[in-house]
Write a protein that binds this ligand. Sequence first.
Ligand SMILES: [Mg+2]
Length: 333
Amino acid sequence: MTVDYLDKFNGSIIGVSIGDTLGQPFEGQLRESIRGSFENFEDFMQNNKHLFKTYTDDTQLTLHVAEALINGNGFVLNNFIEEYIKWLDDPPIGPGYGCISSIKKLKYGISWKEAASNSGGNGTVMRIAPIGLFFCKSLKELKNAAIKSSVITHSHPAASAGAIIVARAIAYLIDKDPETGFSINEFFNILISSISDSQDDIWEEFIDILNKLKSSLDLSLEAGLIKFSQVGVKAPFFIEEYLGRAFVHPYAISTVICSIFIFLKNLDSFKNAIYELATAGGDSDTVGAIGGSLAGAYFGLKNIPEDLIKVVKKSKKILKLSETLYNKFKERF
Ligand SMILES: [Mg+2]
């Protein structure tokens, strides 16, 4: 197939904002309590229409990353720092502590090496989609940009590993046709090899968990979410009352694994994928955003129902920015 890259860029970026918008009213709730109040996607959209008022930090930071890439025609450290600082004036909606505390330090002139928090939260992964898109034809630069864009705010190895994996997944999916599908084996091999050159214990743990996920794809969505909701989370950081329940912990490993799992269980349509992502339980806006970036890169804008695009605040502006990013990509690659 000939890939319509503009359609795929648009799908992935708007996918972030749809998943974020649909997931945000349910952040911090158990999947079972979210799903108890409606029967299907149509009910979900209808009953909760009044709650889908905004996107959150996931979309905001994704847009700032896109701006930084556009302004620098690629990864330029200072442009990223500048855009992260600009986000403080948006102002941030529902930010994670690790992310906002480090960016406030950047604002006051503290160097990124000292400003970065040792957080393994999902703040780096929620904003990574533009890097996966822009560098889809230059995988060395993709990895370099994924790491550098992460370590400015999060020095924990799980945060950079998660960013690399999701960026690499987007670069893979952008070239795939939803009509013909793709090889699950190849997909996992590519993700695993994207982080297999490090001796870091956490990166190795991430690989182990990706292998576990690969052999768990026949589990039901519910059972898989229960299995992976707090995967990789070390004591005492478990949320004990949610152990053994579907509630995605806001840690880079658990969030990335659950987002990939839900996406792979819903390869039939963008609509089904985004519905299951946004109602995952726990950090549902970020699972929606990350999974939305994958599903959007795979299905493209043309396969995203109009009513889902309309639910996003400032969707036209978001698509315009995505087009500018695509034009820069086209000039460079
Ligand atoms: Mg959020």
